[in-house]
Design a protein around this ligand. Sequence first.
Ligand SMILES: Cc1cc2nc3c(=O)[nH]c(=O)nc-3n(C[C@H](O)[C@H](O)[C@H](O)COP(=O)(O)O)c2cc1C
Length: 154
Amino acid sequence: MKKVNIVFGTVYGSAQYTAETVSKAIAKLGFVTKLLQPNELLGFVPPQDELLIVVCSTTGQGDIPEDIAPWFNELKSNAPYLPALQYSLIGLGDSSYDTFCGAIKQFDELLAELGAKPLTETLEIDACETMEPEIEAETWITCWQNAVTSANEA
Ligand SMILES: Cc1cc2nc3c(=O)[nH]c(=O)nc-3n(C[C@H](O)[C@H](O)[C@H](O)COP(=O)(O)O)c2cc1C
């Protein structure tokens, strides 16, 4: 089974807690997971033979949280070519903003520019709908696991 790298960007901690929950749940399924802290991100180029999950909330007006923004900018300026990388995205946002889940959409665009491939559809979690984003993320793991299995069979 491929190793799974999980990164998060947060302002108030919900995306971090969601990422921790996802990391633990995936580890229980038998995957080796690495949950990277924001201070471990600079210089981190996601290995293409491993899976990537980005969990990120949105701040400002569709903006990326400050803790993960340096990594986003580094990837954007260094532009490593990652055609074999498979990624999944979990966005936390609030649909009362025009720029709902804008940060995770920016990650989606960036990773696509780098040639990486989405393994699943982006999970967008709306703070208007739930106060417990980690529960929605845990439910989504079944869909993620199915996608991993299908990708391995292909
Ligand atoms: C000042 C501020 C600005 C926000 N801007 C957006 C936004 O532009 N788009 C969006 O979808 N959600 C926005 N949100 C909602 C947060 O993304 C949402 O509450 C999220 O669950 C916070 O997760 P966190 O605790 O990981 O930071 C904003 C929240 C605050 C407090």
